[in-house]
Design a protein around this ligand. Structure first.
Ligand code: NIG
Ligand code: FE
Length: 408
């Protein structure tokens, strides 16, 4: 057992509701606080001096200077296991080339598939661990990571096995997701339905057998999989015992409705979601995940986070870090920018990067700082928590704690 502190402010996010809009007055801020950690979990949070006199013989980990504390951030949507680089896509897009022109000149998702297939396991693991280290340095302690650049049995399993290996080498909590339904690969002979069947019969049973992922994702879009075939696929993955998440309404509306209908944990993107479907999402337990990094990477509009929150949806914010549409990877910067464009309160942004994102991943033991939760938190050298978003990602995390142990 140990007592960590004193901290100028601890923003616990305790007592905040799972869904809907939040005002900053709802934030619980403990000043001159301390955190008692036992066995990796939070035993108690409160005034540092009071905790010190309550626990006379406890070991004290003293914090120097003024620091504030937030729960460890959760990035609930990434594609950070990949080979190669798509800088040329970025340049072509900005030079006015279309999605199709970029794909035809050797870019797009298919190019990342080829680079990922051709990369050695050592190279993929090394670069994945580098990206995880960067996210950890931002204070992101839980990271969802998708496959989806393998697109056949051998390479999808290769990706998921590498993510599993990475888990043995990092303190961050990794949540793998099987995104074999990212795109029908060009070398697959057969229809979309046949490819989805191939995933169901050839890939997912092995994923299950090896315990490589408990979640399945699909990209429903004109250029990828169509709504009806996707719905059928998702219901079957559900029968196999997987949780579901969907790349929905990125360019074309309609698929968030399917996500809700199949009981998906989350519907991510939603840049093109229509008002009627915002209501539908808001009445469901499917988390609406905004991905501002993709809007910034593509120069497209942002997810209507304000409308979703006002309607009562559970809104999370994730980076979508991937080599194509969202190469930045800095969730704090992206969430701060989303806040300015969508007029989100600090409480809404912090909730979206913590307990609401954790809910999308089915994790209940993280995301808030309260008794019984895992002691994952991040500190910043400042006297006011508002400075974190105000600085739009340029105020660096000072320390990162996972299970009560300082790892950064
Ligand atoms: O979430 N929308 C589809 N998939 C990714 C992009 C992946 C890529 O371009 O490599 C996304 O934005
Ligand atoms: Fe994505």
């Amino acid at each position: 057992m140990k007592l960590i502190g004193p901290f100028k402010q601890i923003v616990t996010l305790a007592d905040l509701p799972l869904r809907g809009k939040l005002s900053d007055e709802q934030l619980q801020v403990i000043t001159d606080g301390g955190i008692v950690v036992n066995d990796g979990k939070i035993q108690k949070i409160g005034n540092f001096e009071a905790l010190k006199s309550e626990n006379q013989n406890v070991e004290i980990e003293t914090i120097e200077g003024e620091q504030i504390v937030l729960p460890g951030f959760v990035d609930a949507h990434t594609h950070i296991c990949f080979g190669g680089n798509r800088a040329n896509d970025f340049a072509m897009r900005n030079a006015g080339k279309t999605y199709l022109e970029i794909a035809e000149s050797g870019g797009g998702i298919w190019s990342s598939v080829q680079h990922t297939r051709n990369a050695s396991e050592e190279e993929l693991l090394r670069t994945l661990l580098e990206r995880i280290a960067f996210l950890l340095s931002l204070g992101i302690t839980t990271i969802e990571i998708k496959s989806g650049y393998g697109l056949d049995v051998e390479n999808e399993l290769k990706m998921l096995r590498i993510i599993k290996k990475a888990q043995d080498q990092t303190k961050a909590k990794l949540v793998p997701t099987c995104l074999s339904a990212h795109l029908k690969p060009r070398d697959f002979e057969g229809s979309n339905t046949e490819y989805l069947n191939y995933i169901l019969t050839e890939i997912l049973p092995k994923v299950k057998e090896e315990g490589l992922a408990q979640r399945v994702d699909i990209f429903i879009e004109k250029s990828a999989f169509q709504p009806e075939e996707s719905k059928d696929f998702l219901l079957k993955t559900k029968d196999l015992g997987f949780d579901i998440t969907v790349h929905a309404d990125q360019f074309t509306p309609g698929s968030s409705r399917i996500a809700v209908e199949v009981g998906a944990k989350s519907a991510d993107h939603l840049e093109a979601t229509i008002d009627e479907d915002i209501e539908f999402l808001a009445q469901s337990d499917t988390v609406a995940t905004a991905l501002p990094g993709a809007s910034l990477g593509l120069g497209e509009k942002f997810t209507p986070a304000r409308k979703l929150l006002d309607a009562g949806a559970i809104v999370a914010i994730a980076s979508d870090w991937n080599p194509g549409s969202a190469p930045m990877g800095n969730l704090i910067t992206q969430a701060s920018i989303l806040a300015t464009f969508e007029k989100l309160t600090t409480a809404e942004v912090l909730a979206g990067m913590t307990f609401r994102a954790a809910y999308a991943l089915g994790l209940e033991d993280i995301g808030k700082l309260e008794t019984g939760k895992k002691a994952d938190f991040v500190t910043f050298k400042t006297d006011n928590f508002q400075n974190v978003l105000y600085n739009q990602g340029s105020l660096n995390a000072e320390h990162v704690y996972i299970g009560g142990t300082q790892i950064h």
